[in-house]
Design a protein around this ligand. Sequence first.
Ligand code: FE2
Length: 591
Amino acid sequence: MNILGISCYYHDAAAALLHDGELVAAAEEERFTRVKHDFSFPKAAIQFCLESAGIKGSDLDYVAFFEKPFRKFDRILMTTLQTYPRSWKVFRESMITWMIDKLWVGAKISAELGIPKDRVLFCEHHLSHAASGFLCSPFEEAAILTVDGVGEWVTGTWGVGRDNGIDLRKQMVFPHSLGLLYSAFTAFLGFEVNEGEYKVMGMAPYGRPRYVDKVWKLIRLSSDGSFSLDMDYFCFHHSADKMFNRRFVKLFGEPRPPKMLFFTAESGFPSYFGEAPSNYAELCTRNQHYADIAASIQRVTEDVLLAMARHIHKETGLKRLCIAGGVGLNSVANNRILRETSFEELFIQPSAGDGGGALGAALWADNVLLGNPRRFRMEHAYWGKSYPLSEIRGFLDENRISYQHIKSEERLLDLVVDRLQQGKVIGWFQDRFEWGPRALGNRSILADPRNPQMKDIVNTKIKFREPYRPFAPSVLAECAESYFDLPNAARHHPARYMLYVVPVRPCKQSALPAITHVDGTGRLQTVFRESNPRYYNLIERFAQATGVPAVLNTSFNLKGEPIVNTPANAFNTFSRSEMDTLVLGDFVIEK
Ligand SMILES: [Fe+2]
């Protein structure tokens, strides 16, 4: 039986295909179209999934869509009418897009894939999230928490998953949304909503949570972890482009200009920014204020999530928790839930946001609706497209790019380890690309984590990013615990997907300066031989040469672009940057 899951028309569009209950392929549309956060109908991702299984659209038994369009339209209609005439612009725009496209997604799916309309199923948005979190987890039974901006009406749920069933017991509804609260601050801090949230999380450690009291003026928390927002401070319920209003600005001051460079007295002025401005001290003070606001909203978000998790634990008595929804990507909060609640183990799959809804909808159709037993456990994130060596060689030859073909893996890895030790920056491309927003060793840029200059080197050569975006370490799973404060590190699935930020052990921070954030933490990825042998072997050889079983891993893309997909994307990115060496499978290209 073939079931395709689709998510689109909101945040990240994606497709995921199950064959007899096992995941065959899953990918976000942006990787193919090269449009960051592409939310259009995921034609290319669907095509890739079908090709991976060797089937046509008409061979699909069911297609499951990740939300219910009519219910969502109902929310948009109701909220815009309630806030009319302030909402006239949203009302006009949404009538156009919904009437043309979004409402008729069932007909579109049926026409595009050549399947009867009654084979197109619709799963509720948060049920898709819940299914994506629980049904592919290793747990027979677990509590479930979903939190995001908004689905149809719902903004958060909790419940219990047992065998192939999901029982969602409580929900919160729009406009009371933790995701939208965080997004309002994302916008206030000068970042793009649905894109810059992780920058707020990275900026928070530069600040102190001095404005927590002010943030609590916006939100009232109940003892069961539910909350309500004071809508007098927001306008996301009636505006298409503004999240907060003048009252919010009166409380927190003027928003941070999007183009303002970020640095504080603690970060110093990064060398790759060029020469320090004459008003450096004044700008440090202004940025410090914004960092303090980031720290405050991050703290409140964590505290709300902790309250929710504690309540769910009290109600269910379960030891395991699955988290999904965009807020599940807040890897600082995730680790606090693990450390500070009675849950002993969490599961979060790598595409925890809306893209992951495609996988959730397909699993829901298979396990919940059709009642099939759960057959798939997610052990790794490598569900994207791969390119055979013949295709890579064809691309290199056709474009007259000179390369070395190193057939021996040992020799190839030795060469890469040598380059890393020389302070070189490596583009590393192999096998299938990753599912979800993180590069996990198949479309990565690698560097030496021991080098204190390496943050600046990578930024100067490639990323040009600000200090609030730390670089992450990939570490051999069995060594992770000795470097990071995460007991039984190998047991924790979220650490495979960089979904925990944990303290770097103080005695190891000087060994890993390039991946230790300003507050002494790191967003680690545990690497297992079984799920990625070549990447594991590379880190193991690096450890043999240097004594450190970790490399710096950042996503293989330039600022503002999606992570590379094809060999051509990788070479193109390599050429436009100052990366030193590119490894495409067995082929090595040097600058
Ligand atoms: Fe969502």
